[in-house]
Design a protein around this ligand. Sequence first.
Ligand code: NAI
Ligand code: AKG
Length: 421
Amino acid sequence: MSTTIKEEKETASLLDSTQVVIKEALDKLGYSEEVFELLKEPLRMLTVRIPIKMDDNSTKIFTGYRAQHNDAVGPTKGGIRFHPEVDEEEVKALSMWMSLKCGIVNLPYGGGKGGIICDPRQMSIGELERLSRGYVRAISQIVGPTKDIPAPDVYTNSQIMAWMMDEYSRIREHDSPGFITGKPLVLGGSHGREKATAQGVTICIEEAAKRKGIELKGARIIVQGFGNAGSFLAKFMHDAGAKVIGISDAYGAIYKPEGLDIDYLLDKRDSFGTVTTLFDHTITNQELLEQDCDILVPAAISNQITKENAHLIKAQIVVEAANGPTTLEATKILTERKVLLVPDVLASSGGVTVSYFEWVQNNQGYYWEDEEVQTKLKALLVNSFNQIYEMSETRKVDMRLAAYMVGVRKMAEASIFRGWV
Ligand SMILES: NC(=O)C1=CN([C@@H]2O[C@H](COP(=O)(O)OP(=O)(O)OC[C@H]3O[C@@H](n4cnc5c(N)ncnc54)[C@H](O)[C@@H]3O)[C@@H](O)[C@H]2O)C=CC1
Ligand SMILES: O=C(O)CCC(=O)C(=O)O
């Protein structure tokens, strides 16, 4: 695919730009146009309307989605986000990225993703529970331990997974821990799932730092987002001797070149990953991204590094903990500037990897120690990083395209063997 198409796509939706890179990856690997036609959109997309009784006795109708990209390899898998800006296109793109992540780490899954348009920060616990249960009732026909297995994502957590698992188990009239992952430990959750995404990002940072000859001890790190992915990551980096000099949340950012007190911030943040509201002197999220640092980790939302600010990024390494934080045009600019960009479909695959471990443990009814989870996660991610880095070097393509080439192969082969194309 020509550079011109990429350039035209700067303002494109997440779905359009995902299709551009999938097409490019399939072309490079020699797959036919039919394979692209099959993989360019999810196989299934369900839109549901969920009536919920609110605390003031009114009824509010929420819109939710579940996308299932491709189930040639196995059941689909992916998180559910509760966010006011969720939309159909985003959920579709997110399900496609899940397929790529599962391909990259070689998990026996295709990709799925769900979302509900809502703002959980404005809802009571009771309203959130009713919404979580209502969503499961609405999508129950197309999900299940051997069909499509949800998990947490933005503004959802282990409590929400617990309500969803309970609702699904009631519908099916038997306990179904394998229906959903990211559950509390006492309900069949796995050791290590809560910190898994950040653990995966940490492994990618370690590998990228080696390639760039950067010593992690003393390296200056900026993390955008202080939720599940961002806050654990800041802690891991801090404990590894790196200097976390900036963090942010939805309301702003704090930056301190001498290094932030991460333990204090962790203690003060709320359950939605908000902490900057406690500070008088904040900067914007956009300003934070442009500060001088060695390693930058966007760990919040999509479309944060664009052609407008990619020239201003000072970091030598950008590791995408969030899904879709860098546009295609910005990817090109960073790559030309020799910034090592570790793409989302690799960097954030630690979460789904430990979710897979959780599902395996639920299926066998035998539970592993944390150490076993850590060892297995590290082995898989180091191997995936190496494969993608090597693909990028040998095929002379950027790390995102290399990751798509590695991630799409198994799904394409499985679809062909099944006779779908
Ligand atoms: N939780 C998981 O297991 C995984 C999460 N991810 C991705 O990581 C990213 C963060 O997810 P989580 O940490 O789980 O979510 P979370 O809900 O725990 O935290 C989200 C963080 O982003 C901040 N945020 C929200 N809107 C923002 C905005 N407009 N500008 C700046 N910051 C904003 C919030 O204040 C919060 O600090 C998302 O892109 C998600 O898809 C990827 C793989 C797995
Ligand atoms: O843990 C999972 O199954 C999915 C995590 C997820 O939604 C993601 O990687 O974006």
